[in-house]
Ligand binder design. Structure first.
Ligand SMILES: C[S@@+](CC[C@H](N)C(=O)[O-])C[C@H]1O[C@@H](n2cnc3c(N)ncnc32)[C@H](O)[C@@H]1O
Length: 335
């Protein structure tokens, strides 16, 4: 129960260009120790978007995003005041600067100190990762690699796109969520000498290594979650992902994935990401997915990436069904 009764409060920036209204009973106020809240010295109340109304000044707002680029921090373009922001972990809620509220008096309302600085880089908490990892370990333990719906004897389109990228055979390549895919076999076979496979599932990686035998040591293997793993800065010339990004249904997880690409791919590097197309299935391996058109997939990556080409693929699953994929080939901006 809130410290006060539910009521309407009117708020504005300093110059009055931005005006809004909220309904709240002030269950608590929060401060936060993250890098931006400290600088704003913000005291906030959390309000669901259904209890927030922007009355005026949409055009006077400027938006700022940083780090995972998920939270949206708004400022008045005229007077510079921060009136509210859209939150990172609960994006259907806003944090409201209570000092923008008319006649606001904080007396008697409990104040909670939020530990924003210690927040993980993805809203996907450790618990969530473990649950997802468990799912994939079970799948790869229960089925042979050629029985899973995404199986391809050879990842032909991926290979063609990688070859067409024109990178040196010694250029570092990462296959993200490579699982037990044969892409690594074919890359090593084609003479690429610096291939990394990253996957959540130790079982899948062990299966690929077993299949490769002695030459498995020519590749590098990372068991980890692409949204939280710490990849080296500007290490890779080429990032490849077939059927991983589409599992990221939370905006925070997608932002963390993109942050990982930005960090680990060299300026000017190549990024190939394949997901289910808009007419593809709504689930993959029993998990919900986001389906994309090429433009929308590119938009998730944003300005630092230029979409150079895209292509659809009709994948024939071992069960005889078909799945539409879309492959986007982007380049990361050079400095
Ligand atoms: C549908 S399979 C695709 C495998 C492979 N890319 C292919 O095309 O054959 C998805 C793979 O992504 C892995 N995966 C799922 N979420 C992941 C995450 N957050 N980080 C790393 N790998 C992930 C799974 O373990 C699984 O191997």
């Amino acid at each position: 129960m809130g410290a006060r009764s539910m009521q309407k409060y009117f708020g504005s920036c300093h110059c009055g260009a931005v005006r809004f209204e909220i309904d709240t009973d002030f269950p608590e106020l929060t401060t936060c120790d993250c890098s931006i809240c400290r600088r704003k010295n913000a005291l906030m109340v959390k309000v669901h978007e259904s209890r927030f109304r922007l009355l005026a000044g949409e055009e006077s707002l400027t938006e700022y995003r940083f780090h995972t680029r998920t939270a949206r921090h708004y400022f008045c373009k005229v007077c510079g005041i921060y009136p509210f922001h859209r939150k990172r972990v609960t994006p259907d809620n806003l944090g409201i600067n209570v000092y923008c509220l008319r006649d606001f008096d904080p007396t008697g309302i409990p104040v909670r100190k939020a530990l924003g600085a210690a927040m993980p880089s993805a809203a996907d908490s450790e618990g969530m990762t473990m649950e997802t990892k468990d799912h994939w370990e079970k799948i790869y333990s229960a089925k042979t690699p050629d029985a899973v719906s995404w199986y391809q004897p050879h990842a032909e389109l991926s290979l063609r796109l990688i070859r067409n990228a024109g990178i040196d055979l010694s250029a570092p390549i990462i296959d993200v969520g490579g699982g037990a895919s044969t892409l690594v076999d074919d890359l090593l076979g084609a003479g690429y000498t610096d291939v990394t496979v990253l996957d959540l599932s130790a079982t899948a990686l062990a299966e690929a290594r077993r299949r490769l035998g002695a030459i498995a040591n020519r590749a590098r293997w990372i068991e980890g979650d692409v949204t939280t793993v710490a990849l080296p800065l500007h290490r890779f010339d080429l990032w490849h992902d077939r059927a991983v990004f589409h599992f990221l249904t939370a905006p925070e997880a997608r932002a963390a994935y993109v942050a990982s690409v930005l960090r680990s791919v060299k300026p000017g590097g190549h990024v190939i990401v394949a997901t289910f197309a808009e007419n593809g299935p709504a689930q993959c391996s029993g998990l919900p997915v986001v389906r994309y058109r090429a433009d929308d997939l590119h938009a998730e990556f944003g300005e630092p990436f230029t979409l150079l080409s895209h292509q659809e693929e009709t994948h024939h699953t071992p069960l005889g069904t078909v799945q539409q994929f879309v492959y986007c080939y982007c380049r990361k901006a050079s400095p």
